[in-house]
Design a protein around this ligand. Structure first.
Ligand SMILES: Nc1ncnc2c1ncn2[C@@H]1O[C@H](COP(=O)(O)OP(=O)(O)O)[C@@H](O)[C@H]1O
Ligand SMILES: [Mg+2]
Length: 316
């Protein structure tokens, strides 16, 4: 029978030791847990770097088998207007914790999406129930959270995982799932993910459902991105003034991977930054041009016409 568990849950770290990267953050938070005392905490940073994971580890390590009774978790997908803050959160905050930890935990995931009114109500709840509850708030940008909440929290800023951390993580999954990955497949994964481990895990699971031998080609056929080499080939043709061939390869590549104009433009921009064999002056011009064309596309200009204009400026 096919294993139907979602890998992001299957491989979600259950202990502090299993969390990759974020060393300083884990160290400080673990110290709070060891003392069974902690401030309100805000976890800020990009997607898929371990924010929700660490919040759940805190609850599990603090409360052990009673963690479910002592921790209320609310996701962005739940209804979270001001009424939820007023009712659900208050009801939970009012009653005493079970066991030897003198407070309960309320984990509000993805707080960026709370309205300002809800944030105001949350701030008052944080004040009123500080003896019996601690809040863990997660968000992408701490600047979206009102100052009075920020100032009540110890803020931890998460960073995208490094290449080495990602490699370690990928190798662990590969071992447990009997996957075969070449070194360059791992490199491509790191490139594609920008340090978002959730994205990596999902890509790996989709690849594995097709073939346990995960090649770079399989990888790129499943994500909507062209292989870096394909983009380089297009640019090389354009620079060598093989305009018609460059244009038809561009179109083929877009169709093959189901890319929009903006998708491929972003990849072209990235490759231009690293492209060998052009002067820095030319590079600056082209990167500037990419920015201009992105703006026009967003404003609704014909994507393919804009891309042709871009290729023409490579040939110039
Ligand atoms: N630092 C990390 N160490 C190990 N796995 C991680 C890490 N960050 C993310 N993951 C993996 O990615 C998935 C999503 O992580 P999560 O903590 O939910 O991200 P977010 O920062 O968006 O809350 C987890 O289930 C886990 O498999
Ligand atoms: Mg999260």
């Amino acid at each position: 029978m096919q294993d139907s568990t979602i890998w992001t849950e299957k491989f979600r770290p259950q202990k502090f030791e299993d969390i990759k990267g974020q060393k300083k953050i884990v160290e400080r938070i673990k110290a709070f847990v060891d003392q069974k005392n902690m401030p309100h905490i805000m976890l800020a940073g990009p997607a898929g770097v371990g924010k929700s994971t660490i919040a759940l580890v805190i609850a599990k390590e603090l409360f052990k088998e009673t963690w479910k009774q002592n921790c209320l978790e609310l996701n962005a997908s739940d209804e979270r207007g001001i009424d939820v803050v007023r009712n659900t959160i208050k009801e939970f905050a009012k009653t005493k914790s079970l066991g030897d930890v003198p407070f309960k935990i309320i984990f509000l995931d993805e707080c960026d999406s709370l309205t300002k009114e809800a944030q105001q109500a949350l701030r008052r709840t944080m004040e009123n129930y500080v003896m019996t509850t601690r809040f863990i708030l997660s968000c992408n940008y701490s600047s979206k959270i009102i100052d009075p909440i920020q100032s009540r929290c110890t803020i931890f800023r998460f960073k995208p995982l490094t290449e080495e951390d990602i490699e370690e993580y990928v190798k662990k999954i590969a071992q447990s799932e009997n996957l075969k990955l070449e070194e360059n497949t791992i490199k491509a994964l790191v490139e594609l993910s920008s340090g978002d481990v959730r994205k990596i895990t999902n890509i790996l699971q989709s690849c594995a459902s097709i073939d346990k031998n995960i090649t770079e080609e399989l990888l790129y056929s499943l994500v909507s991105a062209a292989e870096p080499k394909e983009i380089k080939d297009i640019l090389t043709l354009a620079i060598n003034r093989q305009f018609i061939r460059a244009r038809s390869l561009l179109l083929d590549t877009m169709l093959k991977h189901g890319l929009s104009g903006i998708d491929i433009l972003k990849q072209i921009q990235k490759e231009t930054v690293e492209f060998e064999g052009i002067t820095d002056e030319k590079r600056i011009d082209l990167i500037d041009k990419c920015g201009e064309i992105e703006f026009r596309m967003v404003e609704g200009a014909d994507e393919f016409l804009q891309l042709e204009a871009l290729l023409a400026s490579y040939a110039k």
